[in-house]
Every structure is written in C-alpha cells, then in structure tokens.
Write a protein of this length. Structure first.
Length: 98
C-alpha cells in the first residue's frame, strides 16, 4: 500500500478499495492470518468468560462482585478492539480521498 499511495498517512489513502480491490479483500476479516488471530482471540476470551462464570458460582462474599465486573471489562476490551479494526479498514479503504 505504501508503494501504491506514496504515503503512510491512513487518512490520505482513502478509497483504496477501488484502486486495490485484492488488497482490500486480504486486509479485511477474510484474510487468513487475521481470521486465525480473531479466532484465537475469541477462543481465549470465551475460555476466560467460562472461568469467570464458574468462579462466580463457587465463591462467596465480596469476591462475587469481582467476577461480573471482570466479565464486563473483558467484553468492553473485545468490543473496542473490533471497533479499532473496523475503523482502520474504513479509513484506509472506504473513505473518500482528501
């Protein structure tokens, strides 16, 4: 992409989906490396959720409050990571060029 656009500024690259459709395809979630990383991230988050849910049922007192809060923070982290990937793809490939 650097060779084709002659810039490292993502905001100046806008609209690359028309000029570089194959690069856009492989840079999206359909790319094999990114799909593998997303699957690994999902599996690790799922296992952490399972551990938090099991821990909630086995503890007593104030520790029960920590498990739902940890789950909520983990969900927020996953959502922010997904939003970051979507925004980076949108700015680089879908937005109008300045």
């Amino acid at each position: 992409m650097l060779h084709a656009t002659h810039t490292r500024n993502m905001e100046e690259m806008g609209g690359l989906v028309k000029r570089m459709p194959q690069t856009a395809l492989f840079s999206s979630w359909r790319g094999s490396h990114l799909r593998t990383a997303a699957l690994n991230g999902f599996v690790s988050e799922w296992l952490t959720y399972q551990a938090l849910l099991q821990g909630f049922g086995t503890t007593e007192s104030l520790m029960r409050l920590i498990f739902p809060l940890s789950g909520a923070m983990l969900a927020l982290t996953g959502a922010l990571a997904a939003a970051c990937f979507v925004k980076a793809f949108g700015i680089t490939f879908c937005s109008a060029r300045k």
